[in-house]
Write a protein that binds this ligand. Structure first.
Ligand code: PGA
Ligand code: ZN
Length: 419
């Protein structure tokens, strides 16, 4: 069987918000690997460049230039390369691009090739993607975003995500089932309390109710957990992603109907965490440039809680090193398209692990039917995965893939059910 890249093909397809995105196929003989690149809404300022065409077509969001960069520039240059030399391929493309943030050819073009190649290599060896990625047999704890706010919904709730974390279960399958039960109970509760418009869904499949404050969102989640007979702080914990840069305006945080200066906002978290010990994971609690405020939370709660960096670190080794110097996190949110190649995402993972910190593999708010991140989370051995509510098939597809992997691993599967 040949192991050289013989053909590269990209096209424009649609993501879960109906926006164009890049799909790439890489061939070796008649075998191919495919990947569809996802896309964020609350994108960090320091993310690698997602090339968009501008103009009127698709409201400026077309990706024909990125597709052309794959089909006419990068593709022809990678022909003949060894499909098992992932690092060589990624470094070659990074060098060809030549910019620090993939601005020339687009992270969406480069990542498409990078992951499609990895898929092809796994297929060529007859392995599942997760087996090709690594030796781990750990199933991540899902973080199910069941109440959507911020830029993923149309309401007043500033905090972007409220997530269920089924920690106290023996398997991924059981944790997922219990989460789905709570999700449906939450739907009933929201409808009763706020009316039928409260159960409309946000971009990540969570409900987007007219709730104004984080406390109200957390209260109704706890009530739904209890309704189903599950124990808060034993079986279920909660996580939030504030995506705080999105509601920082003129140096002040606009949240829960208040306008808070930075130090008052630090106090806001102190009070929230003291009042809700169920809150186990806090992602992007502050602006993406405020390493010091992140560090403040790590100092106070780092031994018992996950302080997760997403927009702060954008899966970028340089930014993670700054976070290490400043003690600004103890969990990395890893999104492959923030950095734009598998090799660099792996470097970000390894650097984080060198500090014994945890990793959450994450989807984007603009997702697709592609399930790669499910395999990535198991292969790398990440502690957690964030891939939305158990609704909307672009989210559920990842959970379904994890169910398949857990079944395939049988007794060897280990569900990460630690706090
Ligand atoms: P995004 O949101 O994909 O819109 O950036 C996800 C997140 O902030 O974690
Ligand atoms: Zn985030």
């Amino acid at each position: 069987m040949t192991n050289e890249i013989s053909k590269v093909r990209a096209r424009e397809v649609l993501d879960s918000r109906g926006n164009p995105t890049v799909e790439v196929e890489i061939y070796s003989g008649n075998q191919f690997g495919r990947f569809i690149v996802p896309s964020g809404a609350s994108t960090g300022q320091f993310e690698a460049v997602e090339l968009r065409d501008g103009g009127n077509r698709f409201h400026g969001k077309g990706v024909l230039q990125a597709v052309k960069n794959v089909n006419e520039i990068l593709g022809p240059k990678v022909l003949g390369r060894d499909i098992f030399d992932q690092e060589g391929l990624d470094k070659f493309m990074i060098e060809l691009d030549g910019t620090p943030n993939k601005a020339k050819y687009g992270a969406n073009a480069i990542l498409g090739i990078s992951i499609a190649n990895m898929r092809l290599a796994a297929k060529n060896k007859g392995l599942w993607d997760f087996e090709y990625i690594g030796d781990s047999k750990r199933l991540p704890c899902p973080m199910l975003n069941v109440i959507n706010g911020g830029s993923h919904a149309g309401g007043d709730l500033a905090i972007q995500e409220f997530m269920l974390m089924p920690i106290g279960f023996d398997s991924f399958k059981d944790g997922l089932r219990a989460s789905v039960e709570v999700y449906h109970q939450l739907k009933k509760q929201l409808k009763k309390k706020y009316g039928s418009s409260a159960i409309n869904l946000g971009d990540e499949g969570g409900f987007a109710p007219p709730i104004d404050t984080a406390r109200d969102a957390i209260d109704i989640l706890i009530a739904s957990i209890k309704d189903m007979g599950y124990k808060p702080e034993e079986q279920f914990y909660l996580g939030i992603d504030a995506a705080a840069s999105e509601f920082l305006h003129d140096g002040k945080y606009h949240i829960d109907g208040k306008i808070l200066a930075r130090d008052d906002f630090i106090n806001y978290y102190y009070e929230l965490v003291e009042d809700y010990p169920i809150l186990l994971s806090l992602e992007d609690p502050f602006d993406e440039n405020d390493f010091e405020a992140f560090g403040d939370l790590v100092t106070k709660y780092g031994s018992t809680r996950a302080i997760v960096a997403d927009d702060l670190t954008v899966t970028n080794v340089e930014r993670i090193n700054t976070a290490i110097d400043k003690g600004a996190m103890n969990y990395l949110l890893l999104k492959v398209n923030q950095i734009g190649s598998f090799t660099e995402a792996k470097e970000a993972f390894d650097l984080t692990k060198s500090k014994d910190w945890g990793v959450v593999i994450s989807h984007r708010s603009g997702e697709t039917e592609d399930t790669f991140i499910a395999d990535l989370s198991v292969g790398m051995g990440a502690e957690r995965i964030k891939t939305g509510a158990p609704a909307r098939s672009e989210r559920v597809a990842k959970y379904n893939q994890l169910l398949r992997i857990e079944e395939y691993l049988g007794d060897e599967a280990q569900y990460y059910n630690k706090i």
